[in-house]
Design a binder for this molecule. Structure first.
Ligand SMILES: [Zn+2]
Length: 256
């Protein structure tokens, strides 16, 4: 798979590698996925056979949310209130993990909140417009179905919830358990209006399907907090928008 990568990457990208070596590639040369350089999003599908969907998938996320329909979708309900069980920093994201009891319901379907993380700038666009940051609330249903709720942040006043994540973030590669006072109640959206579409995970292996619910009303985040997020992730950590294809986007949740 490394040979395939070398074939597909541009000369400019190859020049950043260990030039001059005549050794055959081995496993140690595998490029890790990321957001710049050889591991950047346009190359994800070529980094590993397991990442094929990042290139071949037909319902990839994020997307530009535009041309949506006003639907009569099922009502959604958030019942958040428990503290986190752990905070992890993988060098790209700070993940805040939750145990059972924080639920997101769509009609009669119930999903448990598993973890939360932040991207900056936003991954989804609304009518072509980017936002300062986007939080992803990753949920799992009883049958393993994934439902992700996206919370958009525009520049404005500081977010107590984001500050809590920044303050709790351990060093890259570290994980903290116990005494993590990050109440999931802080993630509760500003209102019920949301955009619903069929998508994927936005990081390798780009699994499909994921039920996406991007909340319409943004929260606010300060410029200093955006700087804090970028410092933690080493720079922007947003995947560019993907082809929408024939997918429908339904605006639901309440009167607009
Ligand atoms: Zn995400």
């Amino acid at each position: 798979m490394v040979g395939r990568l070398l074939v597909r990457l541009s000369p400019a990208v190859l020049a950043t590698g260990c030039g001059g070596s005549s050794q055959a590639p081995d496993a140690d040369d595998a490029v890790e996925w990321g957001y710049e350089g050889p591991g950047s999003p346009e190359n994800w599908a070529f980094l590993s056979a397991e990442y094929a969907l990042c290139g071949d998938g037909r319902q990839q996320s994020p997307i530009d949310i535009t041309g949506y329909e006003t639907g009569d979708g099922a009502s959604i309900t958030f019942s958040y209130g428990g503290d986190a069980t752990a905070v992890r920093n993988d060098g790209k994201f700070v993940h805040v993990d939750y145990g059972p009891g924080n639920t997101f319901s769509v009609g009669r379907q119930v999903f448990e909140l598993r973890s939360a993380h932040l991207h900056s700038p936003s991954e989804h666009l609304i009518d072509g417009v980017s936002f300062a940051a986007e939080m992803h609330l990753v949920h799992e249903g009883v049958d393993g179905d994934l439902a992700v709720v996206g919370l958009l942040f525009r520049l404005g006043g500081p977010s107590a919830m984001v500050q809590g994540v920044l303050d709790a973030a351990p060093a890259a590669g570290a994980r903290v358990t116990g005494g993590v006072a990050l109440d999931a109640g802080g993630y509760t959206p500003e209102g019920p209006d949301h955009y619903r579409y069929d998508g994927s995970k936005t990081t390798p292996p780009c699994d499909e399907p994921v039920d996406w619910y991007v909340m319409r009303q943004p929260k606010t985040i300060s410029a200093e907090q955006v700087d804090g997020l970028l410092a933690l992730s080493g720079g922007p950590n947003n995947r560019p928008v993907q082809p929408r294809g024939g997918r429908r986007i339904i605006l639901g949740g309440g009167p607009s």
